[in-house]
Write a protein that binds this ligand. Structure first.
Ligand code: SF4
Length: 323
């Protein structure tokens, strides 16, 4: 992480989906997938985004890249609000903004060779001659730990870990600055997860990449992140450096998530806030603090007023009335 040089700033980002329409097509209710999220991502860092399934973390990642059109808010990347760009300008911008997602098999066309798969972005943007493109593919393959002999093989001939290496090579071939990694190791065997995480770390250093790393798995996020944002029902509950968040969590939800991680040596859970009940529906989220229906510390004010995300200690943000 290189100082506090902001590469990307998300401001009041919201994404609502219409969940029910009237007979005449008028929206009757919405899913609040991302609800007024503001955060900065520093150049060269990995910002982990963690939360239970349905908390809006993937929608946030995709909205930032405008793969999903946000409902409102700003996404300032290197001084430009991505939401003001037209289709062609956004297409050009995609060279700098990439996505790696969970299932490498689903994202690789089974009828294409590794060479063609990794080369595709160069073909799309018409970069270099065919020879130069092949050369660039070989350079990327070596960078991610694949060999030249593998370039004419098909995805099914590779293991899950190797397929994710192909996806990573394709994602970095255009020289991106910012990569959203959406659960990139969740579909992999535990034994190869560390290898892929180490590869991502190595590439970050070599290629000066900035990551948003989305995962439901707190141990994975801890391993790779510099700072971590905890999301609950589309909002950021807490945001801090990795050490602060794990050593001194402030938000009851973060405490509950940490308490749910088994201690590896003894296989039991940590002491602390226990998370009970299911995540409420994002169609009709609770009033005030979204967490009040599950929070053991909830008071009257919690169901009435929304707690703002505020900086409780330098660099440590928390959205709780009592933090
Ligand atoms: Fe719990 Fe209230 Fe804090 Fe929300 S604002 S986390 S309900 S104590």
């Amino acid at each position: 992480m290189t100082g506090n040089d902001v590469l990307l700033s998300v401001q009041d980002l919201t994404k609502n989906y219409v969940s029910k329409k009237s007979f005449f097509g008028k929206p009757l209710s919405y899913v609040h997938a991302v609800d007024d999220v503001s955060l900065d991502i520093y150049r060269g860092e990995t910002l982990g985004v963690v939360g239970e399934s349905g908390c809006g973390k993937s929608t946030l990642g995709r909205s930032i890249l405008r793969l999903i059109e946000p409902t409102s808010g700003k996404i300032i990347y290197n001084g430009t609000d991505l939401r003001t760009l037209d289709k062609e300008q956004m297409r050009q911008m995609r060279r700098k903004l990439q996505l790696i997602f969970q299932d490498p098999y689903a994202s690789l066309n089974p009828r294409m060779t590794v060479l063609d798969l990794i080369k595709a972005p160069l073909d799309v943007f018409n970069i270099g001659t065919q020879e130069e493109r092949v050369e660039r593919v070989l350079e990327m393959m070596s960078l991610v730990g694949l060999t030249e002999e593998q370039m004419n093989r098909y995805p099914h001939e590779f293991s899950g870990g190797q397929r994710q290496r192909i996806v990573i090579a394709r994602a970095i071939i255009l020289g991106p600055e910012f990569v959203v990694c959406d659960e990139p190791v969740s579909a992999l065997d535990v034994s190869v997860r560390a290898q892929v995480l180490n590869l991502l770390k190595e590439l970050q250093e070599k290629r000066s990449l900035t990551y948003m790393f989305i995962s439901h798995d707190l141990s994975v996020v801890k391993y790779i992140s510099d700072r971590i944002a905890v999301m609950y029902l589309g909002r950021v509950a807490e945001l801090a450096t990795k050490d602060e968040l794990y050593d001194s969590p402030l938000h009851p939800y973060t405490k509950a998530l940490l308490a749910a991680i088994p201690i590896p040596e003894v296989g039991r859970k940590r002491e602390g806030v226990q998370l009970e009940g299911d995540v409420p529906s994002p169609i009709n989220p609770p009033s005030g603090c979204y967490f009040h229906t599950r929070c053991p510390y909830a008071k009257d004010i919690c169901s009435k007023e929304k707690p703002e995300l505020r900086e409780v200690h330098p660099g440590h943000w928390c959205a709780c009335h009592f933090a």
